[in-house]
Design a protein around this ligand. Sequence first.
Ligand code: C2E
Ligand code: MG
Ligand code: MG
Length: 709
Amino acid sequence: MTTNDDRSGPGRARVLDILLEPASLLEATPECLVVAAADGRIVYANRRAAELAGYPPEALHDRVVEDLVATEVPIAEAAPGTVLAGTCRRADGAEVPVEVHLGSVEGPAGRYLVVTLRDVSELRRGEAARFEAEAKYAALVEGIPAITYIDPIDPDQDSIYVSPQVAELLGISQREWLEDPYCWRRHVHPEDIDRAWEEYREACRTGRSLSHEYRMVHEDGHVIWVSEQAFIVRNERGEPWLVQGVIFDITERKRAEEQVAYLAYHDKLTGLPNRALFEEMLELALARARRHGLGVGVLYLDLDNFKLVNDSMGHHVGDQLLVQLAERLRGCTRETDLVARQGRDEFLLLLADLERGVGPDPGEDADVAVAASVAERVRDALREPFRLEGTEFYASASIGISLFPRDAQDGETLLRNADTAMYEAKRTHPGSYVIYAQDGRDPKEHLSFTTRLRHAVEQRHWVLHYQPIVDLADGSVRAVEALIRWQEPNGGLVPPGEFIPVAEELGLIEAIGDWVLGEVIRQHLAWREEGLEIPIGHNLSPRELWSPRLADRILERLREAELGPRAITLEITESTAMTDPERTLRVLGELHAWGIPIAIDDFGTGYSSLARLKHMPVDVLKIDRMFVRDVDRDRDLAGMVRAMIQLAQSLGMLPLAEGVETPGEYVFLRSNGCRYAQGFLFGRPVPADEIPELVRREGGLAPRLTVAR
Ligand code: C2E
Ligand code: MG
Ligand code: MG
């Protein structure tokens, strides 16, 4: 068979013959080819088809094509040229998704069916995966509480996509959003839109991703906080093309954050800023002050008697006190000042932007003057009692003041100095305020009258003086009136007229009255020891009279001392008695029933009605000094005093003239039937130890009158 041609290799025609030999060509194609006769019997299947079906090639021969491939339309009925979706049944029983391309050729024994099978399992898998991914993505995008959107870079073009959550978050439909390029902008909070829009455009310009928070307004008007995260998609030229973003509702988180921030910077009980916030504000105030040459003041305040409330009335009452105090402190400062709670019963006041220079008082700086005036205001605010569970409680506070730049350059030192000054105030005079002084000068003490008075109550800086009351018949001393004086530590004696009204107002009077009563009883017993039985007049102020425990208190004291009721006489001014006559009548009635004598003091200065007076259980009518003075020289006065004496007598009361200073007055009173008198003419109020001598004096205290010849 070897020819020349053979040696020179096969010719082109020969090559074509070999290549075009049907079988070899069909075996080389990557397609799975099956040729079947008109009745469906397989006459040829290439290697690829056998592989797909999992059979040796010859094993496919004589099988029916429809055993091999199942299609939706039977292959025999389908027209050539159609493509059917089908399943190839493999020898091992597995099924492979295939695309079935149908063709036909004319052969020696008629028409043959050419079936090309394409394995589409990869494709299907990809499709399934894509479908799944899309479903997942949709579930994700449309299931999260967020708006997902795709916008063109051009802000004037319509949005491309928005998830349905716009309805829930903003109360608008997807359509509205998609058809209105300004929809988002219209729903951003007016206070945030400028910033949010600027940030959004910045991201579009630079292509950098965007992350910001702002407020949006729902169609129904409620405000939500959102967080927007977006990134820029670029086109094939690398230019920013689309914005893809998510807008989350973070209102809850914001609220929680605000709450946390609030709690971190505020005191839970009083709602005031706490020390941390105070320190931050102090730093800001100092920075401002340094820039503008201003002053800053720090007041450190500590309640003096807080422990007392807490211990005696319980913590919840102590808490009430702190809450009420916080409220009052807020009222003592300017809008720009800060009141903070430092802890327990300690508070801080920040006075910012203080003008410096000379203050209203020469020698005092303006900033010092302002700080001092705030401290005074705080003390004034504490003048009123606190109402705690139905009872009144008076609180005082010690205050330390420190000023920038006067005594410190930084916040920490300022606070420390104010603290030091506060302790100085507490140590020396609780209830006062002290201004810190760095260079070893004594801190300046500022004690208000009320503070000093409170001290006096605590330390009982009282003395009683006694004024003799004489019987005008013989000048003998029949009784004395106890008159209180306030012995100030620096030596002065303060008369009662100067502090009794204030003590009344401050609620200190009962404590004072208690002391007086105790002292009066003690003194009465002391004189009794000396063999003297001297009734003592005890003055009651209005508030004492109204005190529900008055009668019990007095009777108890008398019983304790084993004293009879006539040891004391209670003096009530006419105006007090007539303020609430019914009540007076009840209180006095009870005391009188126990045998305690009652005197109406300062008679003539109030507005008694005779009818009322008639029913009062009164033993002594003390005619006020106003009527006694010059009574012997003034005919009108003389008439009035005579009428008063007669009135007393007709009501069964003993008339007593107050403030007798001259012999003329004395003579007038005696000759007009006044039974008793007191006044400088007989004796000034004196310390207790001078009284026995006056009582024992031969001939009494009446003046010896020389009769002019
Ligand atoms: P009062 O009860 O009318 O006391 C008489 C006042 O007249 C006393 O003043 C006394 O010193 C003054 N006085 C007496 N004789 C004369 C006189 O001849 N000429 C002048 N110009 N004054 C005379 P004092 O001690 O300053 O007391 C003033 C008021 O203070 C008392 O008036 C009384 O209402 C009140 N007070 C005094 N002690 C107490 C007290 O222990 N408790 C209460 N609640 N009030 C008191
Ligand atoms: Mg009196
Ligand atoms: Mg009087």
